[in-house]
Design a protein around this ligand. Structure first.
Ligand code: PRP
Length: 187
């Protein structure tokens, strides 16, 4: 795999800016769910949301539970999600009566989160909301509610802080933009 510095067009959101915004999202969540604390359940949509989920949780001061689920979308090219979404790893928690907050790294076409919302609604949560670090609104194909939004971003290929490029560089503490002319896919 190439060193990311070779194809990094620019840093879109640096690490301190990410961390500051995440702390303020957590403050909002702390306020909004203050009287519902026993029933707050955070759900991490694997894998991209993992670093965001971990950092967000560290700032959530009210008692809560967490769980994870994994989704795969298929049917279109690798830079594009499709309407074909399926659950590859389901929750281990019964969400009936819980205040569920879905944690995502990015909402792009909206198909993933839309599918998850429809599916989880049938399990009778007390409430169901979405917290997404990034929102690439220009690419939206289905309308989805985002209750907590970290950043609106332009339609560029981004990586780092959970978002991969060919499964690499999810570990970076910032969000970068890929220069597709300089990037050489390992596969
Ligand atoms: C990414 C991201 C969202 C989804 C958003 O996941 O984490 O779940 O795509 O795209 P959409 O709004 O167009 O549906 P991806 O399928 O790349 O899996 P990953 O989280 O394991 O990287």
């Amino acid at each position: 795999m190439q060193a990311y510095q070779e194809f990094l067009a620019e840093t879109l959101i640096d690490a301190p800016t990410l961390q500051e915004r995440i702390a303020s999202l957590a403050e909002e969540i702390n306020r909004d769910y203050a009287d519902k604390h026993e029933d707050l359940l955070l759900i991490c949509i694997l894998r991209g949301a993992l670093p965001f989920m971990v950092d967000l949780m560290r700032h959530i001061t009210i008692p809560h539970q967490m769980d994870c689920m994994a989704i795969s979308s298929y049917g279109v090219g690798k830079f594009q999600s499709s309407g074909n979404v399926r659950v590859t790893y389901d929750l281990q928690t019964n969400i009936a009566g819980k205040h569920v907050l879905l944690v995502e790294d990015i909402v792009d076409s909206g198909h993933t989160i839309s599918h998850v919302l429809e599916m989880l609604k049938t399990r009778n949560p007390a409430s169901l909301r979405v917290c997404s670090l990034l929102d690439k609104e220009e690419r939206r194909e289905v309308v989805v509610p985002i209750h907590y939004r970290g950043f609106s971003i332009p339609n560029r290929y981004v990586f780092g802080y959970g978002l991969d490029i060919d499964e690499y560089y999810r570990n970076l503490p910032f969000i970068g933009v890929v220069d597709l002319e300089k990037y050489q896919s390992p596969g």
